[in-house]
Design a protein around this ligand. Structure first.
Ligand code: 2RA
Length: 329
């Protein structure tokens, strides 16, 4: 399998390479792709050195699969060019997610939608993936009416510049700012830019992508996305109102038996998910399950996942694995 990783030198691109190696994805030829300034750089993958190439050269090599994490502008321009060359693109940017002709995939939920005609497949936003993976089995059982989510997002979601800002602020060094404000000892109630309705793009991704992935526009979602000085992963406080009542033990059992989810939920032993323990792992961790005593048919929970792995790289590689296993590539 000839595989291109577009954005190979970025944070998510590097994790994509790590996950491809860890999961022993059957790569006969790796094509690391990056911007002009990185062309010629050496990338080590499974003890073999590969030279970074540019986008045009990568298209001409006609990879079977191209994993993209290079921003929306690059995806909009280049994903169609790869697709025309016969490559199946799995794109981690937001460029194609809400395109009605493109599929938005979390393999455990809706991989069965995929066919060999899908040449550009959208990887959902990291904060969406961890939430919908948890919502999907509960929606199937109880039908979700409304979701209220507050996220506490890792600075790695913004990229290297944000990590460097925090490190500089720790060291009391004045440096380039990824955010409008200091992030050290702070919580910034803004992830991405504001839309006309007063919500940020990140918050509206949680709304729109959830409805598309669960294929139910009747699910009401409202979100507040916060940036916090954490690196291990995104955390989410989620309140779900179902259309009918539920049994808490049954909810636990459903989540415990759902692929990709690890339940960490025992107040007696102070067991609950935290980014320091989710970092570097591929599961979505769920805890703090409790009935919302202020509202019938409602449940509170806490969801944590490594936003660079299941929130981006691992989900994309799992889509590639599904395509391969189903002979769709
Ligand atoms: C963030 N989910 O965390 C967005 C993009 N990675 O900033």
């Amino acid at each position: 399998m000839r595989v291109a990783v577009v954005g190979a030198t970025g944070m998510v691109g590097e994790v994509m390479l790590q996950v491809l190696a860890e999961r022993n994805f059957p790569i006969t030829e790796l094509i690391p792709v990056a911007s002009e300034r990185s062309i010629g750089k050496e990338i080590n993958f499974k003890n073999t050195s590969y030279k970074v190439v540019g986008l045009a050269q990568a298209v001409s090599l006609r990879p079977d699969i191209a994993l993209f994490s290079a921003g929306g502008t690059t995806s909009l321009e280049w994903a169609p060019k790869f697709a025309e060359a016969g490559t199946t693109v799995i794109d981690n940017s937001s460029a194609w997610r809400m395109d009605p002709t493109k599929k938005l995939i979390v393999p455990e939920i809706n991989a069965s939608l995929l066919t060999s005609d899908d040449k550009i497949i959208a990887n959902p936003n990291c904060s969406t993936i961890q939430m919908v993976l948890t919502l999907a089995p509960l929606h199937a059982q109880y039908t979700i009416k409304r979701v209220i989510v507050s996220t506490y997002q890792s600075i790695t979601g913004t990229g290297v510049k944000a990590v460097e800002q925090l490190e500089n602020e720790y060291a009391n060094i004045k440096g380039e700012m990824a955010y409008h404000y200091p992030i050290h000892r702070n919580a910034i109630p803004q992830c991405d830019v504001f839309e006309d309705n007063g919500y940020t793009k990140e918050e509206m991704k949680l709304v729109r992508e959830t409805q598309k992935i669960l294929n139910d526009r009747n699910i009401a979602v409202t979100a507040t996305a916060i940036r916090i000085p954490v690196v291990g992963g995104h955390s989410e406080s989620v309140n779900i109102e179902f259309t009918s009542d539920f049994k808490l033990d049954e909810v636990r059992s459903i989540l415990h038996n759902s692929p990709g989810i690890t339940l960490q939920d025992n107040p007696d032993t102070l067991t609950y998910p935290m980014p320091i323990y989710a970092q570097g792992k591929d599961d979505v961790f769920v805890g703090r399950l409790r009935r919302d005593e202020s509202q019938p048919n409602s449940l509170n929970m806490w969801i944590v996942a490594d936003n660079l792995r299941k929130g981006a790289a691992t989900n994309a590689v799992q889509i590639a694995e599904y395509l391969l296993n189903q002979s769709l590539v």
